[in-house]
Design a binder for this molecule. Structure first.
Ligand code: MTE
Ligand code: MO
Length: 344
């Protein structure tokens, strides 16, 4: 038997790699199997790395990342999903990394509160956003302008000030690995992954909305109706057991995960073939930001059976039959349909 690889590589350079199905069965993703999405080559930042905090602040200054070890620490279990996850399920498949189902992981992050850093510099009253600027750069993938662009994303001030928005130094109790943003990254629970800027080099407080490439040209829902920013993760669910490829017996315990960046998961329903939608049992999530486990015991007929799952969150968001198609293929949270091969 071959070992499961820790990651399924979608593109090697810069690294884009999915959490493999075997790791998606686990409540917490092993660190080596946490998906990676990098737009540019991984920058090498030493232990003496400093973050420049500037812009509309009372006292602009640099912080040595090492100094954060002495600050109050916060740890959170967070399900993070790339906005491009399941792009392959859109028809026609939009441009961008061809992600299947594995650009999602659930990880324990530890670090300091972004709000604690902002309190140290003093936020001026007219600040609207905090721009996190990465240390990575490269060409725009639409070649709209020549030259390099830096990965940078703005957060509304209220999200930046939220006590669960972290500047993380650790994953799973260990210092961040280079591909996950060492030595310092943002973690914005509930938001699609692009908000969680890796390799933070600077934080700039701005008094007018940021219009950078990764804010206005990328990570936007662009349709014939206009352009909307990509923000929180849409409600989604999927089955992890039994695995579609494995085959199963007639009596199964269906098990999977559901999450939403808008509100707690309120309900997951399962449909077998053309049958009625059945309500699954929800387990309490391990944290406010971690996915919710659902289970349902089923007696299935033999043969190839189609199974679908549909989650609803407490804000009333429900997975659609089809997600609205958009140029860049973000936010595909359509109901997933898969086939189980049922034998004795
Ligand atoms: N500096 C920087 N931060 C970044 C990115 C990037 O390319 N550069 N990619 C973003 C995207 S699109 C996602 S989905 C997450 C992925 O984080 P991970 O690679 O640790 O899973 O990082 C985000 N932060
Ligand atoms: Mo992403």
């Amino acid at each position: 038997m071959t070992e499961n690889p820790p990651l399924n590589v979608v593109r090697a350079h810069p690294l884009c790699a999915e959490t493999p199905p075997s790791a998606l069965t686990l409540p917490q993703t092993p660190a080596a199997s946490v998906y990676v999405r990098s737009n540019f080559p991984t920058p090498t930042l030493g232990a003496s790395h400093r973050v420049d905090v500037r812009g509309a602040v009372q006292n602009a200054r640099e912080f040595a990342v090492a100094e954060f070890a002495d600050w109050p620490q916060h740890e959170l279990l967070v399900t993070m999903e790339c906005a491009g996850n399941w792009r392959l399920g859109m028809e026609p498949v939009p441009e961008g990394e061809p992600w299947s189902w594995g650009a999602v992981s659930t990880t324990r992050w530890r670090g300091v509160r972004l709000a604690d850093v902002l309190a140290q510099v003093g936020v001026q009253p007219d600040v609207v956003e905090v721009v996190a600027i990465g240390a990575d750069s490269g060409p725009r993938d639409d070649a709209s302008e020549p030259g390099a662009v830096t990965f940078a994303r703005a957060l509304p001030l209220d999200v930046a000030m939220h006590p669960d928005t972290l500047l993380a130094t650790h994953m799973d109790g260990l210092p961040l690995t280079p591909d996950h943003g060492a030595p310092l990254r943002l973690v914005v629970p509930g938001w699609y992954g692009m908000a969680s800027v890796k390799w933070v080099a600077a934080l700039e407080l701005v008094t007018t909305p940021f219009t950078g490439y990764f804010q206005r040209q990328r990570y936007v829902y662009r349709t014939s109706n206009g352009v909307e920013p990509v923000t929180r993760a849409r409600v989604k669910s999927f089955v992890v057991s039994p695995a579609p490829s494995e085959g199963c017996g007639t009596d199964v315990l269906l098990r999977g995960w559901a999450w939403s960046g808008h509100a707690p998961v309120a309900e997951v329903c399962v449909q077998v073939g053309d049958g009625p939608w059945l309500t699954a049992t929800l387990a309490p999530p391990a944290s406010d930001y971690a996915w919710t486990e659902f289970t349902l015991s089923l007696s299935l007929p033999k043969g190839a059976i189609t199974v679908r799952t549909r989650a609803r969150d407490a804000a009333g968001n429900v997975q659609p039959e089809r997600a609205e198609w958009n140029d860049l293929g973000y936010g595909n949270n359509a109901i997933r349909s898969f086939t189980l091969h049922v034998a004795d």
